[in-house]
Design a protein around this ligand. Structure first.
Ligand code: NAI
Ligand code: MG
Length: 352
């Protein structure tokens, strides 16, 4: 049965890394006999500037029937970042109940961590970020606009259902990996929502007696991720904490260009979305040097999600072997390859 994938290349280097990813996916599909079909949507800041909206009014209805969504990056100078984010990515994540944002982080062989003592293989962790509620809520507003007493209020929203499902996902993942989970909190300073988060984590932990877990305040956790990144395996955090921690962890791993992510609806009621962590990188867009590894790794996660674990593992192994050599990695990793050369090398490695 054909699996249908909606592709949104987006802006800047988004189309460049997605084109590279299609090259590699076609090679994987050939060697593993997968039947994948793609439809491409031009939803982007360019579309916003030309037509006044990032996507058409019925955009979410158009996406819903797909088995998965593959996204490059959106954002462009001249379009405020909250417009591109709230006009496309956040509606997709929320409407499709993609309540888990999964962000694996590893120091790949051939990539230098900026940390002096960290070598390839030392860091291999996953940040599980709550993706539909928490601090990124639409509840709040502005008062007394333009006056000296102008103010802004934004409410954080933590629901029992929302915290439970993401924490359960993280415990399951920890059980399948090393059996160790860290919960990011700040229940000393934030007196309502995060003590509630802690309570739910402790309650759910009772169902996962085989998983060791602890809670760390976000400030101390940020420091430990730099000082001892190898200590962590699965880290679960709220929307804001997970967002910040995963960029920090990606930086520890050497380049934002290699970090992948999956926005998952684990119930599979709606399509899940796979995208590199990086943005549209206007500073290097159009030069053909964007690192496609984050997008390729995201595509490997998509293959896993679609039930093609072997193909996903094969793609990731091909990416890892390609990154080992400076001739087949991009300049952000100290290499000399162009984006298309990395794609061709990965495609050649999977077809073997
Ligand atoms: P960015 O991730 O686009 O770039 C940050 C730095 O990393 C730049 O110097 C860039 O050249 C470099 N970089 C990023 N990806 C790279 C890659 N694959 N290969 C080599 N170098 C890479 O973040 P920035 O500059 O803060 O944002 C640029 C635009 O992207 C903004 O409009 C922002 O809103 C948007 N953005 C979109 C995201 C998304 O679509 N999910 C995520 C983050 C930012
Ligand atoms: Mg972020």
């Amino acid at each position: 049965m054909t699996q249908q994938i909606a592709v949104i290349p987006g802006d800047g280097i988004g189309p460049e890394v997605i084109s590279a990813t299609r090259t590699a996916l076609d090679a994987v599909a050939r060697s593993h006999g997968l039947d994948l079909a793609y439809d491409t949507f031009d939803w982007s800041c360019r579309r916003y500037l030309e037509q006044g909206a990032m996507m058409p009014a019925d955009g979410l209805d158009l996406l819903q029937p797909y088995d998965a969504i593959l996204l490059g990056a959106v954002g462009w100078p001249g379009v405020p970042d909250h417009v591109s984010l709230w006009g496309l990515l956040i509606p997709i994540r929320r409407t499709f109940r993609q309540y888990v944002n999964l962000r694996p982080v590893a120091v790949l062989d051939g990539v230098d961590s900026p940390l002096r003592d960290v070598r390839a293989g030392d860091v291999d962790l996953v940040v599980v970020r709550e993706n539909v509620e928490g601090e990124y809520s639409e509840i709040g507003g502005r008062h007394n606009r333009g006056f000296p007493d102008e103010m802004a209020v934004q409410e954080s929203v933590f629901t029992r259902a929302g915290v439970t499902r993401v924490v359960d996902y993280a415990f399951e993942l920890a059980r399948a990996r090393s059996g160790y989970l860290t919960s990011a909190t700040k229940s000393n300073g934030i007196v309502h929502t995060l003590p509630f988060w802690d309570e739910v984590v402790a309650e759910r932990a009772e169902r996962f007696g085989d998983v060791r877990w602890d809670a760390e305040h976000i400030d101390a956790l940020a420091a430990k991720l730099v000082l001892e990144p190898g200590r962590f395996d699965v880290i679960v955090g709220s929307n804001l904490f997970g967002d910040i921690l995963s960029d920090l962890a990606a930086a520890v791993a050497g380049s934002i260009g290699v970090a992948p992510s999956a926005n998952l609806d684990p119930t599979r009621t709606f399509p899940s979305m796979f995208e590199p962590v990086h943005g549209s990188a206007p500073d290097i867009a159009g030069r053909g040097v964007a690192d496609p590894v984050g997008a390729l790794w995201s595509a490997a996660m998509m293959l896993d999600h679609l039930g093609h674990e072997e193909a996903g593992a094969d793609l990731l192994a091909a990416v890892r072997s390609t990154v080992r050599s400076p001739a087949t990695r991009t300049p952000d990793l100290g290499g000399t390859a162009r984006t298309t050369e990395v794609a061709d090398a990965v495609a050649a490695a999977v077809s073997r």
